[in-house]
Each structure stands twice: as C-alpha cells, then as structure tokens.
Design a protein around this ligand. Structure first.
Ligand code: HEC
Ligand code: HEC
Length: 392
C-alpha cells in the first residue's frame, strides 16, 4: 500500500496528463468546458495586492509557518539530500536559481526556468504552464519530480521521523504521533503563503501615495495600460490574467547545446504520453498542450505576475531574456515568429502581440514602471536545521 502510494504520488502529474491523452480520442464535455483559453473579457484595472487566503483545510498558523520554513530549506526532502526547495529557490537569487533553465536535480538539467516563489500563493494554477492546482500539491510534485527534488515519498517521510525536533513540531502543529509526509507539504505551503510582497511602490501609489512612483514610472504606467497593451494580459492585483498565451518567444540556446536538456525534454514529452511524431518535430516546450492535448494550446504559458521582477532575471519559461530592457524590446518588435507555425504549420501566437512603435524613451519609461512593481529584496538566512536523533 505504502509503495503503491509513493509510486502514484511520484508520477501523479504524469498520470493525470497521460489520462488527458487518452481523453483526446473522445474529448469529454467537462474536459473541454474547463479548459483554459485566451481572455474573452476586458482586462481588470491594476490594484493593490492584499494578503492571500489559505484553503480551509490548511489554515496558516505561526508554528506551521516556522516548520514549513525549516522544511523548505531541508535537503532531506529530496532524493540524495542535496536538493531542498531552497536549492532552486534561493532567497538571494530572487527565490529562483539565477539560471536560464534551472540546474535541476544532480545529474540532470531542468528544462524550464526556476520560478520565484514570491507571490506564488496568489495563483490558482502553478508552474509555467499551470500544471499544478495548489501549493500543497505543487510541493509534493517538486520534491518527487525526477528533475527537481527526485525524492521517494516513504524515504523522505522516514527521515523526518528520525529528527526528534520534527517529531515534536509535527505533533504540535498537526497532532500526529509521527510526521506524515502530506503534512510536510501543508507546512511548506503555509510558509509560501508568507512569501509575499504587498507594499511595493505600485501598491503605495495605487493606495493614494502619488509620490511612490517617479515621473518616468508614471509615464510607464500609462503606456502599460494604453499604447503598450501589457494590461491586456498582465492585469488585476497580481498583474496576471492567469490565462495562457503564446507570445512568440525565441528558442532557448541551451536547448540546442545541452544534451542533458534534450534528455529532460524527451523524458517530459514521452512520460506525458505525447506522440513521438509530435515531440521529434522540434525542441519546443509545448506548454499548456501537455495538459489539454489541443493543438491550439501549443506553446501557451500562464501569464506570470510582474511583481518582484527586479530580482528574478533571467525571464520567461525558457529564460531567454537577461534584462527587462530586452523583454520590452521584444514586445516592442511584436515578438518573434510563432515557433508553432514554424514547426507544426498552424499558428497559436496571440494576436495581442503586435509591434508597438515605442520610442527609446517610452521603452525606458515602461522598464521604470516594471521596477516599481518590486519592493525591497526579501532575504532570509538559511535556518539552522534540526539534527537526526536517537530512533523513535
Ligand atoms: C531542481 C530545482 C528545483 C527544486 C529542487 C524545486 N523547484 Fe520549484 N521550481 C523549479 C522550476 C524549474 C519551476 C518551474 C517548473 C515548471 O514550470 O515546470 C519551479 C516552480 C515552482 C513553483 C511555481 C511558482 C509559480 O509561479 O507557479 C513553486 C511554488 C515551487 N517551485 C516551489 C517549490 C518547492 C516548495 C520545492 C521543494 C519541495 C521546490 N519548488 C523545489 C525548480 C525547482
Ligand atoms: C498576450 C498576453 C500578454 C501581453 C499582451 C503581454 N504579456 Fe508579458 N507575458 C505573457 C506571458 C504568457 C508570459 C510568459 C511567457 C513564457 O514564458 O512563455 C509573459 C512574460 C512576461 C515577462 C517575464 C516574467 C517572468 O517572470 O519571467 C515580462 C517581464 C513581461 N511579460 C512583461 C510584459 C510587458 C512589459 C508587456 C507590455 C509591453 C507584456 N508583458 C505584454 C503574456 C503577455
């Protein structure tokens, strides 16, 4: 039973997406109705960010957050104990890992950029292409995913049980005799719900402090909401419509040069049940397509929040841009040619991505506004981790 549980947990994502592929032959009405798509409504205005809510079955308490923080930094929640969450979400690297594509579990290379965990508490769907539906599920997927934590559920759970301080802390927080691995994910999620930033210059400005943004950033805001059309997708308090778009990114050079990335790319594709004739046609991350199996969703990714960008370079799911200036220049030229059209013959690039005709000054204004969406750097020191103790 326990073994079966760990097998299922370790491949939960794969199982779900493989089921989607089976459904492809006869798409069910519910799968289609719930499938996300491009926006159909008008964008919401920018708004200040309030603290996030927690799910009813995992309320946030200070003790749980403290435990979650220890676990977030503890490599014992990974295969060979070298790869804690904080290994790829390093506070001093914007809570990412600073690489274009994340370094991945030792011996592998990840195929996507490591996202910041700052403000991840606000998303309904996590990961670049929205493959996970809660922070609790996401933490398990990260710790067990072969190119991330690569941990076995039972082994990680037993490690926690051999740390007397964890036994005490889990008992106090969850009332269990011994640590249960599911509670580790709950505690980590509770910690992540505190990794937020709600007092940026933009938030202060939107709450009425007209001096919080300088003249450049104010002009940038007008462009963001008008001529540059960013708000068409980056809207509301989070600056994300949480929908999926292909914005016509250039391919990742690392995909071309790293055999380890090719291995991960092929592995991700065939373990998700993608037909060989699809994944051998290109080295293109197909994004939302892995979840929906619909050709029209190829290379679409969840619109990310633009908060905390100051610290999270490089940018995009494939980390192709090192600076915000490069990002703005990219949008200004109307993006690059649609890679889906190049490889598969049909277009999925968003019609919203068109040349913008921004002057050099306007591009600089836009960058100044983007920087106003970040407050101070959130830096946390590595906590002292509790040692193993006598067997219990
Ligand atoms: C080996 C590197 C690595 C490790 C270890 C790792 N992550 Fe990640 N994390 C990533 C990458 C890469 C992504 C983006 C993956 C994707 O989109 O497929 C990501 C995405 C996320 C996201 C989604 C953020 C968003 O905006 O949707 C969260 C939350 C997160 N990780 C938390 C964790 C937690 C918690 C752990 C530990 C249990 C962890 N990660 C371990 C590399 C890592
Ligand atoms: C059609 C919707 C859409 C529009 C319009 C749009 N974006 Fe984006 N933006 C996205 C999506 C989707 C991504 C993620 C793309 C990916 O990684 O494949 C993204 C990514 C970004 C990123 C990288 C964030 C990160 O964490 O790496 C920045 C910065 C950005 N956009 C800024 C802008 C600016 C500035 C504008 C206006 C000039 C703009 N966007 C217009 C949808 C849009």
């Amino acid at each position: 039973m326990r073994n079966l549980r760990s097998i299922i947990a370790g491949s939960a994502l794969v199982a779900v997406t493989a089921a989607m592929w089976v459904a492809r032959a006869a798409p069910s009405a519910t799968a289609r109705a719930s499938a996300p798509s491009e926006r159909t409504s008008a964008p919401r205005p920018l708004a200040p960010l309030d603290p996030p809510s927690a799910p009813a079955d995992n309320p946030t308490t200070p003790e749980k957050v403290e435990l979650g923080k220890l676990l977030f930094f503890d490599g014992r929640l990974s295969g060979d104990t070298t790869t804690p969450c904080s290994g790829c979400h390093q506070p001093k690297l914007g809570w990412g890992d600073g690489m274009d594509l994340s370094h991945g579990y030792p011996g592998t290379h990840h195929w996507r950029n490591s996202q910041t965990v700052i403000n991840s508490a606000y998303y309904a769907k996590l990961f670049w292409a929205g493959e996970s539906t809660s922070l609790e599920k996401q933490a398990e997927a990260a710790a067990t995913g072969n190119v991330a934590g690569n941990g076995a559920i039972d082994l990680m759970e037993e490690r926690l049980r051999q740390v007397p301080e964890y036994v005490d802390r889990f008992r106090k927080v969850f009332g269990t005799e011994r640590p249960e691995i599911g509670d580790a994910w709950r505690a980590i999620a509770a910690y992540e719900r505190t990794l937020i930033q709600t007092g940026t210059p933009l938030d202060r400005f939107l709450r009425g402090d007209a001096s919080a943004l300088g003249p450049e950033a104010k002009r940038g805001k007008a462009l963001f909401e008008g001529k540059a059309r960013c708000i068409q997708c980056h809207d509301g308090p989070l600056t994300s419509d949480e929908k999926y778009h292909n914005i016509g990114l250039p391919p990742s050079p690392t995909y071309e040069t790293s055999p380890l990335v090719t291995i991960t790319f092929r592995f991700q594709n065939y373990s998700r049940g993608v037909p060989e004739e699809v994944y051998r046609k290109s080295k293109l991350d197909l994004g939302l397509y892995y979840t929906t199996a619909r050709d029209e969703d190829m290379a679409k990714f969840r619109t990310p929040s633009l908060r905390y960008l100051k610290y999270t370079a490089p940018y995009m799911h494939n980390g192709v841009f090192k600076t915000l200036e490069e990002v703005v220049a990219f949008y200004n030229r109307g993006g690059d040619p649609d890679p889906v059209k190049t490889y598969f013959g049909h277009a999925t690039k968003s019609p919203l991505i068109r040349p913008l005709g921004l002057s050099k000054q306007e591009q600089a204004d836009l960058v100044a506004f983007l920087l106003g969406m970040s407050g101070d750097e959130i830096v946390v020191d590595q906590p002292k981790l509790p040692p193993y103790g006598a067997e219990k």
